[in-house]
Design a protein around this ligand. Structure first.
Ligand code: UTP
Length: 474
């Protein structure tokens, strides 16, 4: 049999070892390996190996001309109350006009949580243990009712979790959403390489492929037809959020309004960092453009700098991966028309095979994965706007099995959120110094998914319930 041309191209690129076991494979195994190989852009891999992997490759981040990015402070912290009110009205009008869709990036591997299954299926709420996906679905359902039209929801999965994600929605009847409004698509993937730039095999018949990072979402939105669907439906604003954060207010009229009124192509929420070394990205400006600099790239001395006038941290604005993106901006980014997202290097322990084809489970990092980050689109966007958000209203991710950003901290933050909504309406409720209520109760997003919707629902109740352990407001 003639050698398939793709094998020749891998050999010419110095990656012929990918087919080392090819002759010993069954026909379906050969087909699988060839299909995976066909996904790989060898020129791109060579470029990345030269720029990110080879000894001497510069991994440094350009910190020249960096300054804190300006942001719109909330009215209670000195921001322009009239401008916030105007933004909210504009956002509500956009929601009623059907210009907004939701977008969850759910293609990550969730290794830190160590949960077996797509992260979105992980149970997080205090009483009902609703999954992350259910929480988002119910927020969307409620917002659809509030604004008089159902919202479309795009969910980006990975090759690994796509089927399991879709089945979860089918088994749960899409949590009451119109299934025609829920759209799943897979993100792209990239091969991992060893430290000399050789593509790693995961087994004798498969390449070690992994998702291309949340930045891959821009290409994937385009490739999947999501942007065309948005255009047909008259949707121009996409509300972007991560699958691990059940607190997120992703249908936030003020945020959407700021985005639209400013003609912004990519808007972001910031939360003030809790302390100097908090592990979040920092919103900065650099030569007139907004950028996010990761905590690992910003020298500690800069993270700790304070503003002499206010005493506050100078680099205060933490990035929490909540954005609104303009549809045509995504299209331009996906086509490379606006610029292209850089890849970042992550050193990982990557299961592979040895020269004889036997499995190897490395104890320490043995290779490199390549990922794109969505916030790298920021410098390419016109009129970007950053607004201040409250941590208790928007951010408590589930990242780790224990400790910070764990199921326990997230459950407690959900309880604090419910308690704040209830006490704001005059409910009697004992809370500790951190706002954590003594009674474990739960608010269904169908009852209230933010302070406004909760207040409306509470007022409609003829008899106000006592907030006590086990109460479920729905
Ligand atoms: P994280 O950076 O927390 O990564 O993703 P992760 O893969 O989920 O978790 P770890 O690091 O292995 O523990 C932040 C968000 O971006 C999504 C994740 O699903 C999560 O919503 N993401 C990440 C993708 O959609 N694709 C990716 O390739 C990476």
């Amino acid at each position: 049999m003639a050698t398939p041309p793709i094998i020749d191209s891998f050999r010419r690129a110095g990656q012929g070892h990918v087919f080392a076991f090819f002759d010993q494979l069954t026909a379906p195994e050969q087909e699988r390996l060839l299909a995976e190989a066909a996904e790989i852009d060898l020129a791109e891999i060579e470029r990345l190996v030269n720029s990110l992997v080879r000894p001497g490759a510069s991994a440094g981040v350009d910190l020249s001309d960096l300054a804190p990015a300006p942001y719109e402070a909330r009215p209670e912290f000195g921001g322009d109350a009239a401008a916030w009110a105007k933004a909210k009205t504009a956002g509500e009008a956009a929601l009623r006009a059907g210009r907004v869709a939701a977008f969850t990036v759910a293609g990550g591997q969730g290794t830190r949580l160590g949960y077996d299954g797509p992260k979105g299926t992980f149970g997080v709420t205090p009483l009902k243990k609703k999954s992350l996906f259910q929480v988002f679905a119910e927020k969307l359902r409620a917002a659809g009712v509030r604004y008089g039209r159902p919202l479309h929801w795009f969910i980006m999965t990975s090759h690994q979790n796509h089927a399991a994600t879709e089945s979860f929605f089918v088994e749960n009847r899409f949590f009451g959403l119109d299934r025609a409004c829920v759209h799943f698509f897979r993100q792209g993937r990239m091969p991992a390489v060893d430290f000399s730039g050789k593509i790693l095999l995961e087994s004798r018949c498969s390449i070690a492929m992994s998702p291309d990072g949340h930045g891959g979402s821009l290409r994937a939105l385009d490739r999947s037809g999501a942007l065309d669907l948005m255009q047909r439906e008259g949707i121009d604003a996409l509300s972007y959020f991560q699958v691990d954060n059940p607190l997120v207010r992703f249908i936030d009229p003020a945020f959407i309004g700021w985005h639209l009124l400013r003609g912004s192509e990519m808007s972001s929420k910031m939360i003030p960092k809790a302390y100097a070394e908090e592990k979040v990205g920092h919103f900065c400006t650099q030569r007139g453009r907004n950028v996010v600099v990761e905590y690992s790239d910003l020298p500690l001395a800069m993270q700790r700098e304070t503003d002499p006038a206010t005493g506050k941290l100078r680099y205060l604005a933490g990035s929490v991966a909540i954005h609104v993106l303009d549809r045509e901006f995504i299209r331009r980014m996906a086509s490379g028309g606006a610029g292209s997202l850089p890849f970042h290097r992550a050193d990982k322990k990557i299961p592979t095979v040895d020269a004889a084809g036997a499995p190897v489970k490395p104890e320490k990092p043995n290779g490199v994965k390549f990922e794109m980050f969505v916030f790298d689109a920021l410098p390419f966007s016109k009129n970007p706007v950053i607004i201040e958000a409250l941590r208790r209203e928007d951010f408590s991710p589930v990242k780790n099995a224990e400790g910070v950003d764990s199921p326990k901290t997230c459950r407690e933050d959900l309880l604090r959120q419910y308690a704040k909504w209830a006490t704001d309406q005059g409910a009697a409720l004992a809370v500790d110094g951190t706002g954590l209520p003594a009674a474990e109760f739960e608010v269904s997003p169908i009852f209230g998914y933010d302070d406004d919707s909760f207040a409306d629902a509470w007022h409609r109740l003829a008899a106000k319930p006592a907030i006590a352990a086990g109460l479920y407001l729905e």
